[in-house]
Unconditional design. Sequence first.
Length: 147
Amino acid sequence: MWPDSDETREFLQQAGSGDREAANRLMERHRGSLRNMVRVRLDRALAGRIDASDVVQDVLLEASQRLDDFIRDAKLPFHLWLRQLARDRIIDMHRRHQVAQRRSVDREKSLMAGKFADRSSLDLAAELKDRELTPPAKNCSPDCWNC
């Protein structure tokens, strides 16, 4: 396990003394690495619906609300505690979006999937072409230019 940096420990001590600005700086210090972790671990199907920054914002909000409890009884280094909160949030998002049938991302299908997946736009346009002659064309000779 990696220990917290001196700066993180200092921010934690100041936040424990009631310094809200130190708590904000602490959260901001870990925002980038947390965003990278969430971006890597977020399922691709969910990434189309959920932005990693939104997940990080939720995690940091929860962390700021629970910071006093963490400071009182820190069982993990701060950054690992944040990663654990993020992992739990990703699991919740997965349950909410993939397991719930009415909103399941598994039920969403790409327009390119299925019978048109490997066909070009010219092939698809040929499907729209009417193979029958129009009524005026049926009554004209092939060399007629007036129809």
